[in-house]
Design a protein around this ligand. Structure first.
Ligand code: ATR
Length: 278
């Protein structure tokens, strides 16, 4: 029997998830049907319930439905609970819906395993304090960095987010406009939505040391505005979010099928088949 999966989003036509999951399924000779489902805020809860009542096994959820999916699930993994957002839903044996968030695992796997960049004992700065940052914080903290600094345009939002994680880590907070820090970070992650408008969220070029690796959660066929800026100011390595996209998909796929796909060739495929900024 064909196992049914989907990605819910709005827009969703640009999503590469169907091709990514089809490539994973081929590695294990699995017969899957992975669709794109366009929904609306008013319809999302009903569309999700209908999808699973028709026997589907799992789905991914992208913008703008991750918070609604968080509300709709019966149970949550610790990562989804911390993220307050769900990008992966799994229908369990008893029919209940488990909500998970694989974004942060995807990021950390890409940084540490694929790009061979250490997080443990390193100084990390994250730009942005919205949903994307909340989604990646727990897996980054789990890697035991020396320091984490959240820099945001609206400092109070960074402070609230730091407070949410104060039971597991002491996060420092500063402004993207006039950032305060001791040394240039080892790893500078752009988790703002600035790339979507081709804006660079910081201007302080001293944030980039000769040892600084820059990672943008966004990606496009060409380097993002942030990564162009980082390269111009001497970042030692510039990485965009294509590897994260494939790794978060692999983590979802493992939850649904108990198979761990090999990602290297799928990342290479995405690098050659990426047309749009995400
Ligand atoms: P997401 O779910 O993608 O994280 P979000 O919750 O709206 O989206 O958060 C967007 C983040 O990008 C915020 O941290 C925002 O800063 P503010 O909190 O000050 O609004 C940040 N951001 C967006 N555009 C930016 C820009 N041009 N420069 C700097 N930061 C920007």
């Amino acid at each position: 029997m064909t196992d049914k999966f989907a990605i819910f989003g709005n827009p969703v036509a640009q999503s590469k998830s169907p091709q990514i999951h089809d490539q994973f399924a081929a590695q294990f000779d699995l017969d899957i049907d992975y669709q794109r489902i366009y929904s609306t805020e008013a319809q999302f809860a009903d569309d999700l319930a209908m999808f699973f009542s028709n026997g589907a096994i799992g789905c991914n959820v992208t913008a703008p439905f991750k918070e609604q999916a968080f509300q709709a699930c019966d149970q949550l993994t610790e990562k989804a609970r911390r993220a307050r957002a769900v990008n992966t839903v799994f229908r369990q044996q008893d029919g209940t819906l488990l909500g998970h968030n694989s974004d942060g695992v995807g990021l950390v796997t890409d940084i540490v395993d694929n790009k061979l960049v250490a997080i443990r004992d390193k100084n990390i700065m994250i730009l942005g304090a919205g949903g994307a940052t909340r989604g990646i914080l727990e897996p980054i903290i789990a890697m035991q960095p020396a320091t984490i600094t959240l820099a945001n345009r609206t400092v109070s939002k960074a402070q609230s987010l730091a407070n949410e994680f104060s039971d597991i880590y002491s996060i420092q907070v500063t402004s993207t406009e006039q950032p305060e820090y001791q040394n240039a970070p080892d790893l500078l992650i752009n988790a703002t939505s600035a790339s979507l408008s081709a804006a660079v969220p910081v201007t302080d070029a001293n944030l980039i040391g000769t040892h600084t690796v820059c990672y943008d959660l966004s990606y496009s066929a060409d380097p993002t505005a942030f990564l162009k800026w980082a390269a111009e100011h001497g970042a030692t390595q510039c990485i965009d979010g294509k590897g994260m996209l494939v790794e978060q998909a692999a983590n979802s796929f493992s939850l649904w099928t108990s198979h761990s796909p090999v990602t290297k060739e799928v990342i290479t495929w995405l690098e050659h088949n990426c047309t749009q900024q995400v």
